[in-house]
Design a protein around this ligand. Structure first.
Ligand SMILES: NC(=O)c1ccc[n+]([C@@H]2O[C@H](COP(=O)([O-])OP(=O)(O)OC[C@H]3O[C@@H](n4cnc5c(N)ncnc54)[C@H](OP(=O)(O)O)[C@@H]3O)[C@@H](O)[C@H]2O)c1
Length: 263
């Protein structure tokens, strides 16, 4: 068992704590945040220890998780003061590269990066991790095992991390659901029915692919009779720029990630 300290008690920390509790983690969990109300709430919901003083929080850490927004990373790392022992630290901050983290925090902190999503709350998450070459194998395993407690973990090079971050967002699913359901309502369905059929159309199709028995091409072909309704709908969506809209959205996300690197 080790002590995992979260700096930042916001959305992703809350989701990770839920996932860790679901997995019956043996780690001791401590959260530091500058908002006393958030600390009270997390303590109540997840039975974690809370620590309003950042240096006292860090003194207890075996693993430090930096879970503040990219624009707050500099500030929170400055507030750590002098860390006088090697400490494994994992940054969740989207777009902020390892070289900047090392520069901001100095040598005692040994960095990895991780990109989970709020889906870790359900234990069905996916997390990408980056390890610098110098990080010890034992530390890689500690990071891997922590995130594996709430889903699959994939290691990818840092050069591909922003692309992973932009594509791997459960907001794509929620966004598609909201758009399809709104369109269903406009076509005459009541809101609940529109949400229900949209959720089945999107999620069940994707699960059918994830089960791994059929290729995406064969599923696409099976679901759309040539000349039929689904084929007409998909063809019109493509012609209206569905692919272009997704590409433009992803490009905007990548630009935002690159901007974070300079924060
Ligand atoms: N949300 C996600 O799905 C997700 C997924 C993967 C990675 N991430 C990454 O995780 C990080 C956190 O995202 P989030 O959505 O959880 O953000 P969030 O909900 O805004 O949570 C961040 C928390 O950190 C606090 N904080 C900021 N600066 C602080 C400081 N100097 N000292 C103490 N507390 C401080 C914030 O307080 P204030 O509100 O007062 O600033 C807030 O309570 C981001 O870097 C993001 O890129 C997020």
């Amino acid at each position: 068992m080790s002590t995992v300290v979260f700096l930042g008690g916001g959305r992703i920390t809350s989701a990770m704590l839920a996932g860790l509790r679901l997995a019956k983690t043996k780690h001791r969990l401590i959260v530091h945040d500058r908002n006393p109300g958030k600390l009270r709430d997390l303590k109540e919901r997840y039975a974690v220890a809370v620590e309003p003083d950042v240096s006292r929080a860090v003194k207890q850490a075996d693993v430090l998780i930096v879970a503040v927004r990219p624009s707050s990373v500099r500030e929170v790392l400055r507030a750590l003061g002098n860390v006088d022992r090697p400490l494994l630290a994992v940054s969740l901050a989207a777009g902020v590269p390892l070289r900047l983290l090392s520069k901001l925090a100095g040598p005692p902190l040994q960095w990895a990066r991780a990109m989970p999503s709020p889906l870790c709350r359900s234990g069905r998450g996916l997390t990408a991790v980056i390890f610098p070459r110098i990080l010890l194998r034992a530390n890689r395993k500690r990071v891997h095992d922590l995130f594996a407690s709430f889903g699959q973990v994939v290691e990818i090079p840092e050069s591909k991390f922003d692309a992973f971050t932009v594509i791997y967002s459960c907001s794509h699913g929620y966004h598609a659901l909201a758009t399809l359901a709104r369109t269903g309502q406009a076509a005459g369905l009541d809101r609940n029915t529109a949400l229900l059929v949209s959720a089945h159309a999107l999620a069940d199709g994707i699960i059918a692919w994830r089960d791994g028995k059929h290729s995406l091409e064969s599923l696409l072909a099976e679901a759309a009779t040539p000349g039929g309704i689904a084929a007409a709908t998909a063809a019109k969506m493509d012609a209206a720029g569905y692919g272009r809209a997704v590409r433009q959205g992803v490009a905007a996300g990548l630009r935002r990630a690159h901007a974070n690197a300079g924060k």
